[in-house]
Ligand binder design. Structure first.
Ligand code: DLL
Length: 436
């Protein structure tokens, strides 16, 4: 097993030292934000907290939360904590409601971001002999530039192909002999499918690993991608508000994602009460940036739901591991009063041999919610005999019922009839919101 580290002193820091470092950095960065961000200072004044009250990690609870609405309220630069002349990069995301948020980085912030993504590349055994095909979108989305920086720092050759132009992606994999692939999991699945459609197999390309994130994906999907592209698939987590990709990453153990705790403090809270939860309990993930200068958010509520695991990892890193986000507090569907997460549906489909090409349609007729899942048949399962299709639909409906505890109508559709994604897949179409 490869046991190399990029910054061993930080990644394997004894826990007591790490907690002390986090406490010191928290106190310093809280003061930085308090003194430089008027909007947040007012929030703290209302809560009766001053920098003198924040001396270490034990004081974290006193710090008010930040949430997405605060970013919108202060658009574009109201939460920036340095003069704009120090900001060398802007990224932005539109979020679910389509309203923009803008974030920024100083030169030092970018340097730390590069370190964060470089750590994963080293953890999974990459070095300067690798060639990375970067099919995350470049631009305002943090994906492309985020992993680009870490790879460049390690001397890895980067092909900044960005997302899209799928057949050319495969041609480049063959001709330029890419060994690492960066993209969203749904795009990786699409690339695997395209490879096959082009009459090729994983033996015709040279990929050994992929770093996939930016959207939820199941273990079943991981296995599918690994098989179709002939690589080992690793998860990476991050979000625009906190930094971008590299807030947390999987090591070779693939047993949760290590949070870069020397730069970010992670907590889980009860999303209803805002109360801190013990490690091991499922809750909303909250991050505090303790080294970022341009856009350092204090206790940012992500709406992502996960669990923290502080058990030692066999890789030797002491950083806590977070589970794959199990969904978001705002993408949980409440259908006829029952909580449904899209990831549960994907799990059932894939366990039953269907691909992750599906759409969840939720609507309302006569004050009752309608719930339909359109699922693509695979070439193997394809049939044009109505009774056979009906049989497959009924089987899937009963498998879904036992997991979701609510009946969904399943409609099987022809192979390749559901649009493929080159970035984050949009799988839920909820028309109820239009009427609320
Ligand atoms: O998606 C940053 C990123 C780029 C991460 C490339 C990984 C790779 P946003 O567009 O702001 O930033 O979306 C952030 O995406 O709150 C999660 O809900 C979701 N997300 C990100 N990574 C994962 C993951 C980027 N590995 C939002 N698993 C987050 C599940 C993820 N969900």
């Amino acid at each position: 097993m490869n046991l190399k580290y990029y910054q061993k002193e930080s990644e394997c820091m004894p826990l007591e030292e790490l907690r002390k470092l986090q406490g010191e950095r928290l106190a310093k960065n809280f003061r930085h934000v308090y003194e430089n961000v008027e909007y947040y200072r007012k929030r703290c004044e209302e809560a009766g907290v001053t920098p003198d009250d924040i001396k270490g990690l034990d004081d974290l609870d006193k710090i008010p939360f930040t949430c997405k609405d605060d970013l919108r309220a202060t658009y574009p630069y109201g939460l920036f904590a340095v003069p704009m002349s120090k900001v060398v990069r802007i990224h932005a995301s539109s979020g679910t409601t389509g309203k923009q948020i803008v974030v920024g980085y100083t030169k030092e912030d970018l340097d730390i971001w590069d370190d964060c993504t470089a750590r994963q590349l080293v953890a999974i055994g990459c070095d300067e002999n690798d060639i990375a095909q970067n099919a995350y979108g470049y631009g305002l989305f943090t994906g492309g530039f985020g992993v680009h920086g870490g790879a460049t720092k390690l001397g890895i050759q980067v092909i900044p192909i960005s997302s899209g132009n799928t057949q050319r992606q495969i041609t480049f994999m063959q001709d330029l002999k890419s060994t690492i692939l960066f993209c969203t999991p749904s795009y990786a699945a699409y690339l695997g499918e395209t490879l096959k459609d082009m009459g090729l197999t994983p033996d015709d390309i040279h990929l050994k690993a992929g770093i996939f994130g930016a959207e939820p994906w199941t273990e079943e999907m991981r296995r599918d991608i690994e098989k179709s592209l002939g690589l080992k698939a690793y998860d990476i987590y991050g979000l625009t508000e906190v930094m971008g990709p590299g807030v947390a990453y999987e090591c070779q153990e693939q047993a949760g994602m290590h949070v870069n705790e020397d730069h970010f403090i992670i907590e889980t809270i009860d999303p209803k009460t805002g109360k801190r939860l013990p490690d091991g309990e499922k809750g909303e993930l909250v991050f505090t940036a303790i080294t970022k200068q341009a856009f350092p958010l204090m206790r940012f509520r992500t709406k992502d739901i996960g669990v923290l695991n502080r058990a030692p990892c066999a890789c030797g890193r002491t950083f806590v591991r977070m589970s794959k986000p199990m969904g978001r507090t705002d993408d949980m569907l409440i259908i006829r009063g029952v909580n449904v997460f899209p990831s549960q549906i994907e799990g059932v489909l894939m366990q039953n041999g269907y691909p992750a090409n599906y759409e969840i349609h939720v609507g309302r007729v006569n004050n009752t919610d309608t719930f339909e899942i359109k699922v693509e048949m695979t070439a193997e399962k394809f049939s044009d005999v109505v009774s056979e299709i009906n049989k497959q639909e009924k089987q899937l409906e009963s498998a879904l019922l036992s997991v979701l505890q609510i009946k969904a109508k399943v409609t099987l559709v022809a192979p390749k009839s559901i649009a493929r994604s080159e970035g984050k897949a949009k799988r839920v179409i909820d028309t109820r919101k239009l009427h609320d």
